[in-house]
Ligand binder design. Structure first.
Ligand SMILES: Cc1ncc(COP(=O)(O)O)c(C=O)c1O
Length: 361
């Protein structure tokens, strides 16, 4: 039985998700895809997303934190889990016990790993220009690889870097790539996994990279991209609600907190039971939503649990409203909010049930 009563939900289209995996595979032939499912699969619901992809044969997933790793391990005993965020020395035992593949991102954590007698699967992170996590100095890197390789309990499984930008003709991207390639030339026994591309780099450059084994697919798994022109992807999430009430306003009546919107004529105002506590933040008030294949304008101030929309004569109580992921794209909402699509989808809150849809596959 569903515990979902309020007519507000995020529809998660698994057919689209799989389409996006296949597009990434075309762009990265012969490379294994590591779906990036941190932050609750970028807001899409990590357990159903991983269940589906695992059922389709994908063996490895990447998250950021140890909590996210353990949430996955609790549900899936036989997947590989790569934790990309920083692990603390005090947490190495837990990572070892639950077979979480950890990222070694600085010298102190490498020292900590070397002095333990714990079976640990590790990926060495190289900072090639992002200045976030990872080793920079070549001598440090070569020494660490040597020490980790001869440690009887450590399995140095992978080496990776992360790009700060991925645009073609981008000088920083090229510099990062060159640094990594120069470094790899100096490593005689390379780890089994070498992975550098995120979504943008997968679609723009992976085909030209012959030294990598895996790619880390994040935003484009969910059908979104920062690139222009965009690859052929399909959005996975659409945020939906239903009209629960329609108010007939007379000229001069006001709507919502502060009475900030005043009807300039007789108007119909639909109320949707979704608000900023669901992740539909107040700055959306300048936008529109979709009902009956038409854009309808948001009016007044968005409440914690409700949004007001000025609607035409055709709209009825019970009509489905699509706030984004349909006629109104997630890109359009990101522009409206002066942010990126990553932020829009990860802000959809815990209160919104994720309802998966799967037809043809
Ligand atoms: C280390 C790392 N790899 C891969 C990704 C996936 O990036 P994208 O969502 O741009 O594909 C991320 C996301 O932030 C990341 O931090």
């Amino acid at each position: 039985m569903s515990n979902h009563y309020r007519p507000t939900w995020a529809e998660i289209n698994l057919d689209h998700l799989w389409h996006n995996v296949l597009e990434a595979r075309k762009a990265a032939p012969g490379k294994e895809i590591i779906p990036v499912v941190k932050a609750n699969a970028y807001g899409h619901g990590v357990i159903p997303i991983v269940s589906f992809l695992h059922e389709k044969g994908i063996p490895i997933f990447a998250v950021s934190t140890l909590e996210e790793s353990l949430e996955l391990r609790n549900q899936f005993k036989d997947i590989d889990i790569l934790m990309m965020g920083p692990i603390l020395e005090s947490d190495l035992k837990v990572a070892s016990k639950h077979h979480i593949q950890i990222t070694l991102y600085n010298l102190p954590i490498i020292d900590a790993v070397l002095k333990q007698d714990l079976p640990l699967i590790c990926h060495l992170k190289i900072d090639t220009g992002m200045s976030r996590y990872g080793l920079v100095d070549t001598d440090d890197i070569l020494k660490a690889i040597h020490q980790l390789s001869i440690h009887s309990q450590v399995d140095l499984r992978g080496i990776y870097t992360h790009f700060a930008t991925s645009s073609e003709q981008d000088a920083l991207y090229e510099r990062q790539l060159e640094r990594l390639m120069n470094l790899l030339d100096l490593i005689p026994n390379k780890p089994k996994m070498i992975h550098i591309s995120n979504s943008s780099s997968i679609f723009k450059r992976e085909q030209t990279l012959d030294f990598t084994t895996h790619v880390r697919l994040g935003i484009s798994l969910y059908g979104l991209s920062l690139d222009n022109p965009k690859p052929d992807l399909k959005p996975v999430m659409s945020l939906k609600s239903k009209v629960v009430e329609i108010k007939s306003l007379k000229k001069g009546d006001t709507v919502g907190y502060g009475g900030t919107y005043q009807a300039s004529e007789n108007e119909r105002i639909a109320i949707l039971p979704i608000g900023y506590a669901d992740g539909f933040i107040r700055r959306n008030k300048t936008g529109s939503i979709e009902i009956r294949d038409k854009k309808q304008k948001i009016v007044g101030i968005i409440c914690m649990d409700a949004t007001f929309v000025k609607v035409d004569e055709e709209v009825r109580v019970g009509d489905v409203a699509t706030l984004f992921g349909g006629m109104i794209t997630i890109d359009e909402v990101a522009k409206r909010l002066n942010t990126i699509t990553y932020e829009v989808i990860t802000q959809v809150s815990y209160r919104v049930p994720r309802v998966t849809k799967r037809s043809s596959i």
